[in-house]
Design a protein around this ligand. Structure first.
Ligand code: SF4
Length: 486
């Protein structure tokens, strides 16, 4: 698309318009040479008054809208020019495509964090909703979701001290590669051969981070072992890794393990996880439809999932299960059946993801496109919300991704407050520092709750991580300098 932007008095950027265009035309490319479609956008501010006009040229059709407004009508917490431009944009595109996205012009990943910040700034609970609905054109229901999760996040933040921290350790290896995945995760035999050396280095890095935290007198709140598929190591490797981990970590902390793929879990591994203090594990099936499981490249059936699920139940974990709404080939009926099946099993947490077409996934590379207006997406998420609500689940955390089915969000549901994965909120909302180890991990350093002050990135790929390990452990000094610079 070619975008011609003219601003007088008010300032918005072409980049901002591009992010809005992607809500309606996912995957659209932009440039001076892309004549069809084209968007002309004019915005003017004179004292307290805005005026704007937008024209869209697409496949020989021309649509145009204009709008006027007053600056003082927008809440002081928002960029009024951007919100006004967004309103004009939605007026034009909403009419042309017959659809207003549920999150309006809000394109960021973290609406709950935004709500939490507004509440922390002293914006009244009711006014937070109007910032979402009136300024960002978010639907009532989504605004309510963001506002309630923002309040939950603030209650965790206010119970948190600046001396709290959590640890993340990533194991980016998987048994096979899901066709929708864009994570860096090694799934071929030659790359999986790096796993033993990787685990050794990962333990050393966690030990370095834990010792740094002890020297700084920080208090460990949670540990999250994520992936990839952290249950990929064999039982002996897993025991050794967890033994070394426990040896360097003190105190009473939430311990989460994202097992992920049921095809990697055995009774022996589950018992080892329990023995070393893991409290919550994720066992994911994404769908209970075997045909879809096969077609998305997951190497297991629903029966495999059930075997792992019941085995984990017997050992006595708090369990989270992920589902994905909108997997290629899955009908609304099939997804709703997955929701029924999983809610019947009654895991403590269920996370419902909106299918996201990620840049480097096999689906994207092979040219798959996503319709942002699929009415099925709405029905499927509505169904999951209603069904899970009727089974006693409530949302406890949420995040958004780009290019998702129906522009929807991912929501973590819990059966009770004491089953929530606090790490998810600590990390997503920057409640306190996260010391992160492993390939692709990023350490987030937080001084005051809800604001990440500094990030330190590890190399993305496991082989780079192994080769550059001597440099990685030097981040210890960066962390110490951060805390001493207060
Ligand atoms: S299990 Fe997760 S990390 Fe592994 S390939 Fe599938 S989506 Fe990617």
């Amino acid at each position: 698309m070619k975008i011609i932007l003219e601003c007088r008095g008010a300032k918005i950027s072409t980049l901002y318009l591009q992010t809005l265009v992607l809500l309606y035309l996912p995957g659209e490319k932009f440039g001076e040479d892309c004549e069809n479609p084209a968007l002309e956008f004019f915005i003017e501010q004179h004292e307290d008054t805005f005026f704007g006009k937008a024209t869209l040229y697409i496949d020989g059709c021309v649509s145009s809208e204009s709008l006027s407004g007053v600056v003082s009508a927008y809440p002081e917490q928002v960029d009024a020019a951007k919100c006004f431009a967004g309103e004009l944009f939605i007026k034009l595109f909403g009419k042309k495509f017959g659809y207003v996205p549920p999150w309006g012009i809000m394109t960021g990943v973290d609406p709950a964090g935004y709500a939490a910040k507004l509440l922390k700034l002293g914006v009244a609970y009711d006014d937070v909703k109007s910032v979402f609905c009136d300024a960002h054109l978010v639907s009532d229901e989504k605004a309510e979701l963001a506002r309630s999760l923002g309040a939950l996040c603030n209650s965790l933040a206010s119970a948190s001290s600046e001396k709290d921290y959590s640890i993340y350790a990533g194991i980016p290896f998987c048994p096979t590669r899901c066709r929708y995945c864009s994570f860096v995760s090694y799934a071929t035999d030659s790359l999986k051969a790096l796993l033993p050396e990787y685990l050794e280095k990962l333990s050393s890095e966690v030990s370095m981070l834990a010792n740094t935290a002890k020297a700084l007198k920080l208090k460990l709140k949670s540990v999250y072992i994520g992936g990839g598929t952290p249950s990929m190591p064999n039982a002996e490797q897993l025991r050794k890794f967890l033994f070394e981990l426990r040896n360097c970590l003190d105190g009473d902390f939430e311990f989460d393990f994202e097992a992920g793929r049921p095809d990697t879990l055995t009774d022996e591994k589950l018992n080892i996880l329990k023995e070393y203090g893991v409290g919550r594990i994720c066992i994911n099936t994404q769908t209970t439809n075997d045909e879809i499981l096969r077609s998305v490249g997951r190497n297991h059936t629903y029966s495999d999932f059930l075997r792992s699920f019941y085995a984990a139940r017997n050992v006595g974990f708090c369990i989270n299960t992920d589902l994905i709404e909108g997997l290629p080939g899955e009908s609304a009926e099939s997804f709703c059946k997955s929701v029924d099946d999983i809610s019947e099993l009654s895991p403590e947490n269920i996370t419902v993801h909106a299918f996201s077409l990620k840049k480097s996934s096999e689906y994207t590379v092979s040219g798959k496109k996503l319709s942002p207006f699929d009415p099925d997406a709405f029905c499927m998420l509505e169904y999951s919300k209603e069904k899970l609500g009727s089974k006693g689940y409530t949302p406890y955390y949420m995040y958004r991704q780009k290019n998702t089915h129906g522009n929807f969000e991912n929501v973590g549901y819990c059966k009770s407050d004491d089953s929530i994965c606090k790490y998810n909120i600590y990390m997503m909302e920057s409640v306190h520092s996260i010391f992160a180890a492993g390939a692709g991990a990023s350490t987030k350093l937080v001084r005051n709750s809800l604001v990440c002050d500094k990030k330190i990135y590890n190399p993305k790929y496991p082989y780079e991580y192994l080769n550059g390990f001597d440099d990685i452990i030097k981040k210890e000094q960066e962390i110490i300098d951060f805390y001493n610079s207060k």
